[in-house]
Ligand binder design. Structure first.
Ligand SMILES: NC(=O)c1ccc[n+]([C@@H]2O[C@H](COP(=O)([O-])OP(=O)(O)OC[C@H]3O[C@@H](n4cnc5c(N)ncnc54)[C@H](O)[C@@H]3O)[C@@H](O)[C@H]2O)c1
Length: 287
């Protein structure tokens, strides 16, 4: 496998991180955005991240310049003709993603793999928007993409076996650890995480312990690096609420049902770190 020219859709938080990873692996990246300002913003984000790496002695200034030089912004889907693999990382809106994927699939070669970085949408459903869905799969990076080691390769109902093998090599070639997972709500990591966080919220609501002690228990008793309530504040209570509600809707599995306290907190505007109102952040909203 020697894919040298990669197409990327979206240059936001995830797009910038993914562009950096691919450019670091020696490949050229064409990033499609909706406006020149979005391309400029993505380049600033990427440059800032690389500067941090230079400051910490992880990469040289020269490497940073080379990496930036491999990333090129484009504004027309047609500019992606000739890429050898496409990764979609645009805003999480199913209709907008499908419309873009459909256009892209008619511009790139019929066998060019097209991958989505969606967190919560069905990969099998998104695959229906491309010609030849056997070349479609999920490639789920974690945030921040340059630092998080794992990438989930999501096998949709019609994904070709050969594509999965290609993606395992591709993920390894950008220095990440691939895991292959079925197309289910939350894939694997979030499939495991959502019921756990719901249980923790329920335990807290029932007064088993204070928020701080629950985090201490998980850090010291289970050896996790982060307590679950700190993690919820970081993720955003609204983001977890949306994800677990959507997984519950798709499966009717009660472990995904959003706990009543979570629903109340989100309705009252307690969103976690992003507005300083969370289980462990400022405001002491729940204690
Ligand atoms: N942020 C996370 O923690 C995270 C983690 C894993 C996966 N994801 C997934 O990655 C995807 C992107 O998330 P994000 O956090 O980077 O979002 P973001 O809002 O930071 O960036 C999305 C970018 O897509 C661009 N865009 C929208 N429509 C476009 C179009 N038609 N053509 C080209 N560009 C377009 C926007 O201008 C924006 O710059 C989503 O599907 C999200 O679910 C996010």
């Amino acid at each position: 496998m020697d894919m040298q020219k990669i197409g990327l859709l979206g240059f936001g938080t995830m797009g910038a991180g993914i562009a950096q990873l691919i450019a670091q692996s020696g490949r050229d990246v064409l990033v499609l955005e909706t406006a020149q300002e979005r391309i400029d913003a993505g380049m600033v984000f990427l440059a800032d991240f690389l500067s941090g790496g230079v400051a910490r002695g992880k990469i040289t200034e020269a490497d940073s310049e080379t990496i930036k030089g491999r990333v090129h912004g484009v504004l027309e889907v047609e500019d992606l003709a000739g890429v050898e693999l496409v990764i979609e990382a645009v805003t999480e809106n199913p209709a907008a993603k499908k419309s873009l994927l459909s256009k892209v699939s008619s511009v790139v070669g019929a066998d060019v793999p097209i991958l989505t970085n969606t967190s919560a949408l069905s990969v099998t459903d998104l695959a229906t928007s491309v010609e030849n869905p056997g070349r479609f799969a999920g490639l789920h990076f974690f945030n921040p993409a340059p630092l998080m080691k794992i990438v989930e390769i999501v096998r949709a109902l019609e994904t070709d076996d050969g594509l999965v093998e290609t993606l395992v090599s591709f993920v390894e070639s950008i220095g990440k650890e691939p895991i292959v997972v079925k197309d289910r709500p939350g894939f694997l990591v979030n499939w495991l995480l959502m019921p756990y966080l719901n249980d923790v919220i329920q335990a807290y609501d029932e007064g088993l312990a204070t928020a701080e002690d629950i985090d201490v228990a998980v850090r010291l008793g289970l050896g996790h690096k982060q307590g679950p309530l700190e993690l919820l504040d970081l993720i955003g209570l609204d983001v977890h609420h949306h994800a677990t509600t959507s997984a519950y809707g798709a499966t009717l599995d009660p472990t995904f049902a959003p706990p009543p306290l979570l629903r109340q907190l989100v309705a009252a505007g307690h969103l976690g770190n992003k507005n300083g109102k969370g289980f462990r952040t400022g405001g002491k909203v729940t204690e």
